[in-house]
Ligand binder design. Structure first.
Ligand code: BEZ
Length: 209
């Protein structure tokens, strides 16, 4: 069954390039990005994993642990890492799950048989400190993802988890935000004493808190 926003991310134990990992224990109370790529030794995946490795400091700054997966073996992941280093200038610096028996892929519904019955789609799950799923993204094999967008959305998720705001179209960290409609003007005045730009009663724009 599909995993929906708000669901607890299913726990599992799996072999990875960094040893056996029990997911919830490994994740602890950090945020996590669990993502699948369709297959090792394929071109788009090679670029995605190299780019994700380059973002290690950005993920760490947000208290996010990253873990990859495909239905290949750990041995293949390790052999492929050299190709990623050769072509992208950096090798994966996060664990990659060897899921040759598809146990985790099935648990997270990452195989979409009408797209491919052997390879995972390009899934992304962003999971919060409470182990609840905060975001899911699904791309087809032919289209590489934008991992800067994954960081952008994590910035929004982390901000909106603690402040009574939502982020508008194309928002980037530091841009103005929107006061959530559930907050009355009296309540908003307490949280945002410098005021806001009321473009409509339901569209109240304020500096990012
Ligand atoms: C790729 O990463 O380039 C790829 C993987 C599986 C199917 C098609 C493309």
């Amino acid at each position: 069954m599909a995993i929906r926003l708000g669901d607890i991310a299913p726990d599992f134990t799996a072999d990875t390039t960094e040893g056996t990992i029990s997911f919830h224990e490994w994740k602890g109370d950090s945020w996590a990005v669990l993502f699948s790529h369709p297959k090792d030794f394929t071109p788009v995946c090679t670029t995605e994993l190299g780019y994700t490795a380059r973002l290690a400091e950005q993920f760490a700054a947000r208290n996010v642990k990253v873990i990859g997966l495909s239905c290949d073996t750990v041995e293949d992941h390790i052999a492929w890492s050299q190709d990623i280093e050769d072509t992208q200038g950096i090798s994966p610096n996060f664990p990659m799950i060897g899921d040759a028996d598809r146990a985790v892929a099935d648990l997270y519904d990452m195989i979409h048989p009408n797209a491919s019955d052997t390879m995972t789609v390009r899934s992304v799950f962003v999971i919060g400190p409470d182990n609840a799923v905060k975001l899911t993204i699904t791309y087809p094999a032919s289209t590489g993802r934008n991992f800067d967008e994954v960081l952008r959305v994590i910035d929004s998720l982390q901000l909106t988890a603690t402040k009574k705001v939502a982020t508008p179209v194309n928002w980037q960290h530091g841009d103005d935000v929107i006061i959530v409609p559930a907050l009355s003007n009296d309540e908003a005045a307490e949280l945002f004493p410098d005021g806001w730009d009321e473009q409509k009663p339901y569209l109240r724009v304020v500096s990012q808190p």
